[in-house]
Design a binder for this molecule. Structure first.
Ligand code: ATP
Length: 240
């Protein structure tokens, strides 16, 4: 098997006396789409925050074979590790276009950035129509699209989406998952954090189920989708 893109070894996260993540292991291959699913408070965001340099931890996290422990979040972005945080983190008092430009803050190739923005405007016509509007005036779904488009402008190698469907109307959830699907052709390695376990399992290759800081189940997403225990516990389906 080829070298992992992302490898998390014995990761633990503490908040004072509370242990939110308990010695978990995750490994994603280059270009693979993975998902971390589980209920509220399972430890998903804590795991993501550790990967992105936003949270101290014990254990090791390797990116393309090298430890990234202790690196600043900006250094991690420069290595291609880009987070779309829960709540989207867009700049509501800046325009759509300015938000997109912010995504390219570390890129020197200004001509390529302009082309990239034009290409994203084609891919996301809703953003093109509203490019001079303040981002705070967009709907929740449009803000999520903007957050993803802005992350793509960072040229991510590992894109982490934390709860992208949260609070969105069903039609926008569908659109967000179409976008996730379209990322398959880009070679970007994806880690999707989701409470909507069914959609996440349908969209990805591999899944880790988090529960109280541990990973009791993991495997191919399609296998977990058809697993009786997963269906009963996490997909809300009663045995027949
Ligand atoms: P959610 O979907 O609600 O964000 P999650 O699976 O992402 O849930 P975390 O946010 O990682 O879970 O939280 C895991 C545990 O750590 C929870 O018990 C939570 O209360 C606790 N926790 C998270 N952040 C902090 C913090 N800053 N201080 C103290 N405890 C925290």
């Amino acid at each position: 098997m080829s070298e992992s893109a992302l490898q998390i070894k014995d990761l633990s996260v503490h908040y004072g006396g509370i242990q939110a993540v308990r010695s978990i292991n995750i490994s994603l291959q280059p270009g693979e789409q993975g998902t971390l699913i589980g209920a509220n408070g399972a430890g998903k965001s804590s795991t993501v925050r550790a990967i992105c340099g936003l949270q101290p931890y014990s254990g090791e996290i390797f990116w393309q074979g090298q430890s990234i422990k202790g690196l600043h979040p900006n250094e991690l972005v420069q290595k291609g590790i880009v987070l779309v945080p829960e709540g989207r983190g867009i700049f509501t008092r800046m325009t759509v276009l300015e938000n997109l430009q912010m995504g390219a803050w570390h890129r020197r190739d200004r001509t390529h950035v302009r082309h990239h923005i034009a290409q994203l405007m084609e891919q996301f016509p809703r953003l093109a129509e509203r490019k001079q509007q303040l981002a705070g005036l967009l709907s929740g779904g449009e803000q999520q699209l903007l957050a993803i488009a802005r992350a793509l402008l960072s040229n991510p190698k590992l894109l982490i989406l934390d709860e992208p469907s949260m609070g969105l109307a069903p039609i926008m959830v569908e659109r967000i998952f179409e976008v996730i699907h379209s990322l398959r052709t880009t070679g970007i390695t994806l880690l999707l954090i989701e409470q909507n376990a069914r959609l996440a399992l349908q969209a990805t290759d591999h899944a880790w189920v988090m529960d109280s800081g541990t990973i009791p189940y993991q495997g191919r997403s399609d296998a977990l989708l058809n697993d009786d225990r997963i269906q009963q516990i996490y997909l809300g389906e009663l045995p027949i």
